[in-house]
Design a protein around this ligand. Sequence first.
Ligand code: NAD
Ligand code: ZN
Length: 375
Amino acid sequence: QVIKCKAAVAWAAGEPLKIEEVEVAPPQAMEVRIKIHYTALCHTDLYFWEAKGQTPLFPRILGHEAAGVVESVGEGVTDLKEGDTVLPVFTGECGECRHCKSEESNMCDLLRINTDRGVMISDGKSRFSINGKPIYHFVGTSTFSEYTVTHVGSLAKINPEAPLDKVCILSCGVSTGMGATLNVAKPKKGSSVAIFGLGGVGLAAAEGARIAGASRIIGIDLNSDRFEKAKLFGVTEFINPLDYKKPIQEVIAEKTDGGVDYSIECTGNVKAMIQAFESCHDGWGVAVLVGVPHSDAVFATSPVNFLNERTLKGTFFGNYKPRTDLPGLVELYMDKKLELEKFITHEVSFADINKAFDYMIKGESLRCVINVIGN
Ligand code: NAD
Ligand code: ZN
């Protein structure tokens, strides 16, 4: 049974989304149709909407940070049923491949992030259409819609008591940033950590550094308006590269007796990625890349920076396995050990979804939650 509902469709690069009536086909084998309650905007949605440094694919339903409830399940789906509360995740977990079985990796062979695919894996078709014309999916989630269809492996079943207007931001940004620090950088107590980019993801990385007991957390951003808010996330010092004539690597080296112990890049800008790496101390420094770069970006640094015993890493979704690990992060919030409210700076109705884009472009928001269920 096809569902007719509202979705925010991106018709062309950079054009405001339009709320349209779309048809959502029933879930096929190993798929689930869910009703989205709340969704939030992440910078990755904005990149693929702008399509400046990314492959353009339109018309498309964007959105990947969300929470909802299962409406129906396709053939072969046994671990979810109608009424279950779920968080969709852009990088899934089939549970069976080498990656899902490895303790190190969350890069599932079947369901790992694929930003250029706009169709379902099983039959190469879209489940969305308008008057028979297909509308493309985005990273297997497409949450800017009242109903969406995903692979069962892209859904984490969570505590049904969880407030979905809050835990929706665990579906990408907050988990990604916290995990980049706690699971990938793994800072030692008392260490120094530099965070490049103090948006939702970067401040979640800062929160991870605070939890790990870092003694200095240095925030670097081109937007000084970020600094006041960042204090709430344990950031102890601020650097705006625009205030300096010399390379920011040198500024950081001077402030930290040769460099930071760890640095986490959450900007998506390749220059900042190189700066983050080169700001690490030789002998032990570790840098973690989180930002999504332009598709043609190249990371250039002297190999000597590696010979001098620095390590460069990268991560999707903070190395969390979505189905295995997300329910536990939701419980941390329920037990008041993780604060999500401070990330949520704005909330808008579904009809006002374009405002969420404006807030992010202007650098005003950390996370703007979009109320889909209330319309
Ligand atoms: P955001 O727009 O809220 O924050 C980005 C911040 O970086 C802004 O404050 C901006 O002023 C700052 N910035 C930009 N260029 C900079 C530079 N050259 N130097 C210093 N600061 C700079 O975005 P967000 O939602 O927090 O996302 C951050 C990045 O993380 C994006 O690239 C996004 O695509 C990426 N991301 C990656 C994953 C993953 O799994 N790896 C998941 C989610 C988001
Ligand atoms: Zn995201």
